[in-house]
Design a protein around this ligand. Structure first.
Ligand SMILES: C[S@@+](CC[C@H](N)C(=O)[O-])C[C@H]1O[C@@H](n2cnc3c(N)ncnc32)[C@H](O)[C@@H]1O
Length: 360
């Protein structure tokens, strides 16, 4: 993967979409662990392993600046409580860390309701030691790599095994797809397993996420969700991972905020005719829309009593990439058509306090 320096120029639309997704997901994570004041975790850690200098050539905010700014806005909720919030800012390039320190000083983010650690290491070298520090805390791990090589299966497995650790990983998915036969690529990713012969260019990021899903042992609960990002002639993407449905819900809220049509891309990933890619005609007919398919599936599952409670509906929806608001539309329609009794309060609390679905 050519190592182009994205900070020498203004961030492009794809990078801005990725950063918005990082920002909203981090805000959701901090909202759960700090904002709600309901978490038993007092040690909250953010690991931005590929942090860059904090700003692009035009002063747009990179991940470390966004994160620290948001922590400042939570100052009142953090101060006076016994939270310990620590942020690791790492980049393999020493010059970027020096520039970042300068940028944080001038924007007065070099101190705040957090402790900062700077490091200047290759991710794969630093990761094992940092992973040890993750035990016993609520962690958000951001792996904003160039390419796909910094997220091998053993790193995935280690992160997956840490409780209360949410992970955001960026991947240059179509690059791996394009070079799937190259031995160098196969050393990093089981490309034959990730990309079957039928994987289309548009679906490359979904395919990579499915590959990581295939690494989760049967019976282990762990959630993954993709967000595909088109950048010029490439498909990149963010993969979110968490063992907690609330974490997944927060990521999906961010994803649906960016894409109100499918909640998983900054382009027309299902080729539904929203907008066409260069050289394509818009398709306005024939395709079944993702939301409609979900509504039909959920409705059938409720009416055939496969999902007997609000807890089951909440999990079913999130695991398919949908939010409680999408499921509520279905519940409302089943109620108004006289097929179920009224039910409300669908959300994370449904897991502890499930309500039965009563068919009429
Ligand atoms: C895509 S940029 C990250 C941008 C950053 N998150 C932001 O919002 O500005 C990737 C960064 O990772 C750094 N990097 C590249 N390879 C690395 C490695 N193996 N370990 C740690 N950092 C690395 C690069 O210097 C670069 O600043």
């Amino acid at each position: 993967m050519p190592n182009r320096d994205i900070h020498q120029k203004p961030f492009d639309a794809g990078t801005l979409a990725k950063l918005e997704l990082f920002k909203l997901t981090a805000e959701g994570f901090l909202g759960v662990f700090v904002g709600s004041r309901q978490s038993r975790y007092k040690r909250i850690q953010i690991f931005d392993f590929f942090c860059g200098p904090g700003l692009d050539a035009q002063g747009n905010q990179g991940s470390p600046v966004m994160l620290l700014k948001h922590l400042h806005t939570l100052g009142n909720k953090i101060q006076g409580k016994d939270y310990k919030i620590s942020v690791l800012l790492n980049d393999a390039e020493r010059g970027k860390i020096e520039e970042l320190k300068k940028n944080l000083r001038s924007s007065k983010l070099d101190s705040g309701p957090y402790s900062l650690r700077f490091a200047n290491r290759e991710f794969l070298e630093a990761f094992p030691e940092e992973a040890v520090q993750m035990a016993g805390a609520a962690n958000l791990v951001v792996i904003d790599q160039n390419g796909v090589r910094q997220f091998p299966p053993d790193v995935f497995t280690k992160l997956r095994n840490l409780p209360t650790t949410d992970v955001l990983v960026f991947m240059s998915s179509s690059y791996a797809w394009r070079f799937q036969d190259a031995p160098e690529m196969q050393r990093h990713l089981e490309t034959a397993k990730a990309f079957g012969p039928a994987t289309s260019f548009y679906d490359t990021h979904r395919a990579i996420v499915d590959y990581y899903r295939s690494l989760i042992p049967a019976g282990v609960v762990y959630y993954l969700a993709p967000f595909s990002i088109k950048k010029g002639s490439n498909i990149h993407g963010v993969m979110f991972g968490s063992s907690n449905l609330k974490g997944l819900e927060k990521f999906l809220e961010a994803a649906w905020h960016l894409d109100d049509r499918t909640g998983e891309a900054n382009f027309d990933i299902n080729r539904e005719g929203r907008f066409s890619l260069p050289g394509e005609l818009p398709i306005e007919w024939g395709e079944t829309k993702k939301v409609q398919v979900f509504e039909r599936e959920l409705s059938q599952a409720i009416l055939s009593e496969i999902l007997p409670t609000t807890a089951a509906i909440y999990s079913f929806s999130l695991e398919r990439g949908f939010l409680p608001k999408h499921a509520n539309t279905v519940l409302k329609s089943l109620y108004t058509s006289g097929k179920i009794e009224k039910v409300s309060g669908l959300g994370y609390s449904s897991l502890e306090n499930p309500r039965p679905l009563v068919l009429r």
